[in-house]
Design a protein around this ligand. Structure first.
Ligand SMILES: Cc1cc2nc3c(=O)[nH]c(=O)nc-3n(C[C@H](O)[C@H](O)[C@H](O)COP(=O)(O)OP(=O)(O)OC[C@H]3O[C@@H](n4cnc5c(N)ncnc54)[C@H](O)[C@@H]3O)c2cc1C
Length: 337
């Protein structure tokens, strides 16, 4: 039976988006091929909620390796553990989402196990127990299809935000198996000195988890200052429509849409944006869309998860105030808002 593994990265008790994509694709392939899907989770003191969250994506089993030496990511112990597990269990494919960790792990594992590696996959086409993998070519607007030349494990990393992350629901008979690390597992030769967090408002919109976007309805540059304030308080990055960019209220780098950037954040807050198709095509895969518009018939409401019919100049100050209050309360209770 085909066995497809997905590597799970987590932070603050949550499965990270790249791993959601890898898990979902593994489950889609597994179900299509009537094979087995395995989620591989490494760490120390892994919270129950993470395992529940992993289960919701629908793998048939979760392999769990909990060891003090894995309490934070280190290339050497993580690569050693995964190499051993892949050698022992011999899955057909090992999928990883697009992340700094997968860029570190995948080539190392491929070299150690002498297995094929395809990076930045945009489509997986199963053929006779192997996968033909589509990825971008080494020039813009072109793709290539890569086929493995030998049998055995295929390691595949996914292109960011191409594959859907969807909770397929827990599989019948989901099993969770606790594993032991290799006998002689050693810690890392390096240790993390300090974690320096990026300032969300300075992130490129394609990397942002929260985008606060404005259109012509923001009226002017001062209107966009409200969006900067909202972005700061919700930890987001400001995006814009082509209209707003043409008005010079925002730079071209922040433009979302077919001629701008394709984005897929967890939350997209559309303010004073009508929802023209050229804009919507660039953001409709956002997980949650909140729209604020004075026109109840604005097309943006057709794709919004939540809509507020109102003037941005009235609604946004209230939202900013409420988020500030929530943050202050959470801070006072020692909770990260
Ligand atoms: C070839 C081509 C490519 C394009 N590519 C892109 C692209 O990549 N990205 C892109 O964004 N556009 C693109 N466009 C332009 C696109 O067609 C739309 O014109 C544009 O997206 C509209 O921007 P908007 O929503 O800001 O403005 P509008 O369509 O003018 O909408 C403004 C909205 O604000 C609302 N509003 C007004 N005042 C307020 C208020 N005080 N409070 C709340 N709401 C208010 C109005 O009801 C309205 O719905 C392209 C067009 C073409 C022809």
């Amino acid at each position: 039976m085909i066995d497809i593994w997905a590597y799970v990265e987590m932070a603050a008790g949550k499965v990270l988006r790249p791993s959601q994509e890898a898990l979902s694709e593994a489950v889609r392939q597994g179900r299509q091929l009537r094979g087995r899907t395995t989620a591989l989770v490494l760490g120390h003191g892994i919270p129950k909620e993470v395992l529940e969250a992993v289960g919701r994506y629908g793998p048939d089993r979760i392999l769990l390796l909990d060891d003090e030496l894995l309490s934070e990511y280190g290339t050497e112990p993580y690569a050693a553990c995964i190499e051993t597990l892949l050698q022992e269990h011999k899955p057909d494919a090992f999928l990883l989402g697009s992340s700094v960790v997968s860029r570190d792990l995948a080539p190392r594992l491929s070299a150690r196990l002498k297995s094929s590696l395809v990076t930045e996959a945009t489509f997986l086409n199963p053929q006779g127990g192997r996968w033909m993998v589509t990825r971008s070519a080494y020039r813009p607007h072109a793709s290539m299809i890569v086929a493995p030349v030998d049998t055995g494990l295929q390691i595949i990393t996914l292109a960011p935000k191409v594959m859907d992350a969807e909770e397929a629901g827990p599989a019948d008979g989901l099993s969770i198996q606790a594993l032991e690390g290799p006998q002689n597992l050693k810690g890392s030769h390096v240790r993390m000195e300090e974690e320096i967090r990026e300032i969300p408002s300075q992130l490129d919109i394609t990397d942002a988890e929260v985008i606060v976007a404005g259109g012509k309805g923001m009226q002017n540059e001062e209107g966009f200052a409200l969006l900067d304030e909202l972005a700061e308080v919700v930890g987001g990055t400001v995006g814009a429509t082509r209209m707003a960019v043409d008005m010079k209220w925002r730079s071209r780098e922040s433009m979302v849409g077919v001629t701008g950037k394709m984005v897929s954040p967890e939350v997209y807050i559309a303010c004073g944006i009508s929802g023209a198709i050229q804009h919507v095509m660039g953001m409709r895969s956002s997980q949650t869309i909140l729209a604020v518009n004075t026109d109840p018939n604005a097309p943006i409401f057709r794709i919004a998860t939540l809509g507020i019919v109102g003037d941005v100049r009235e609604v946004l100050p209230v939202m900013i105030g409420s988020f500030r209050e929530m943050k202050a309360k959470a801070g006072a209770q020692g909770v990260k808002a």
